[in-house]
Write a protein that binds this ligand. Structure first.
Ligand code: NAD
Length: 335
């Protein structure tokens, strides 16, 4: 069978990682990436062998920057079966008409709203819901992390209520524009925040509420979860359940912070030091007065990457079994 042809529109933090993860799979291939400027990322993409496309009015600027642009974004998507839109939040929505006109399937990221596609995706929770779909949104890094933890607990014990506090990194490590650099910012101040409820775009019946603050760090988000479950269970039961999940990793053994988790990612020799799994402190998993508590850290730059690969398989139906796709993606990426 021929490989699914994938194009990446927007080659930044998420786009470059999706491109590399797709390249590792044996059932799909990258036919091109689109970049707006001939910066270092475009140069490296070209050196890696990706065909570099750009906006129609920037082809000459790309050539002036030393990169022989393969053509326009329109040319790229004409060649693709699926385009993964990794442009900044709010920009991707403007590309929908372009994809519709080209008759190409498209995936957007969590910066876009659920209504754009009507199908918000998490590999473990609703793979089947994306089968054969033309347009899918892979939910944000935080929502992905929450779905991975909440869905199996709901399946096994039933979730009555989730309360989550998100301690968010204020910017990605390469971001020199955003902050704060010396403050803790309640964000948003009006409560609850939208983060937890975005889980409902994937698992609608979950009763969840969230608050969020931004912290002066670039190294991961950290969630404090408190959950009431329908059926009784022990902390050990939850540990056993989480240990079986393909994208949850226990951290401990001297790891007491997100900084050490990021060091672990580098020590593991992972591409860009990425930690694709939810990093749960197994020691933190506690039942107190009948309620579950635990901490998990989420690597914002990378946890959604394997989900994008699975979304491509679901939409093209080259694999209709979600568990098989997750296993295949994990194996190829080394998760
Ligand atoms: P980014 O700013 O790192 O990358 C976006 C890329 O798109 C840049 O290379 C930019 O030059 C390019 N671009 C801008 N306008 C374009 C256009 N019109 N056409 C083609 N390319 C264009 O952004 P990111 O962090 O990779 O975020 C992309 C999406 O992923 C957003 O929806 C975001 O909310 C979501 N997301 C981001 C993170 C994260 O922590 N970085 C995590 C999960 C999801």
């Amino acid at each position: 069978m021929s490989k699914v042809k994938v194009a990446i529109n927007g080659y930044g933090t998420i786009g470059k990682r999706v491109a590399d993860a797709v390249s590792l799979q044996d059932d799909m291939e990258i036919i091109g990436i689109a970049k707006t400027r001939p910066n270092y990322e475009a140069v490296i993409a070209s050196e890696k062998g990706y065909a570099v496309y750009t906006l129609a009015d920037r082809i000459d600027a790309m050539k002036d920057g030393g990169i022989s642009a393969a053509g326009s974004v329109e040319d790229m998507i004409a060649e693709a079966d699926v385009v993964v839109d990794c442009t900044p939040g709010g920009v991707g929505v403007k590309n929908k008409e372009l994809y519709e006109k080209a008759g190409v399937k498209a995936i957007w990221q969590g910066g876009e709203k659920h209504d754009l596609t009507g199908c918000s995706f998490n590999s473990g929770a609703n793979y089947e819901g994306a089968l054969g779909k033309d347009f899918v949104r892979v939910v944000s890094c935080n929502t992905t992390g929450l779905c991975r933890a909440i869905y199996p607990l709901d399946q096994e014990y039933g979730v009555k209520k989730v309360r989550v506090t998100l301690m968010r990194r204020s910017a990605d490590p390469n971001d020199i524009k955003n902050g704060p650099i010396n403050a803790i910012v309640p964000n948003p101040i009006t409560l609850p925040s939208h983060h937890g409820p975005d889980v409902k775009s994937v698992i609608p019946h979950i009763n969840i509420t969230s608050t969020a603050v931004k912290l002066p760090t670039t190294l991961m988000h950290l969630h404090t979860l408190n959950m009431e479950l329908e059926r009784e269970c022990t902390a050990d039961d939850v540990k056993e359940l989480f240990a079986k999940q393909p994208r949850i990793r226990f951290v401990g053994q001297g790891i007491t912070s997100t900084a050490e988790i990021m060091e672990l990612g580098k020590d593991l020799g992972r591409s860009r030091g990425d930690m694709w799994e939810n990093c749960v402190w197994d020691e933190s998993i506690t039942m107190h007065e009948g309620e579950l508590y635990f901490f998990q850290a989420i690597h914002q730059e990378s946890d959604v990457i394997p989900e994008n690969v699975d979304a491509i398989r679901a939409m093209t139906e080259i694999e209709t079994d979600g568990a098989k796709s997750i296993a295949k993606t994990n194996k190829a990426m080394g998760i």
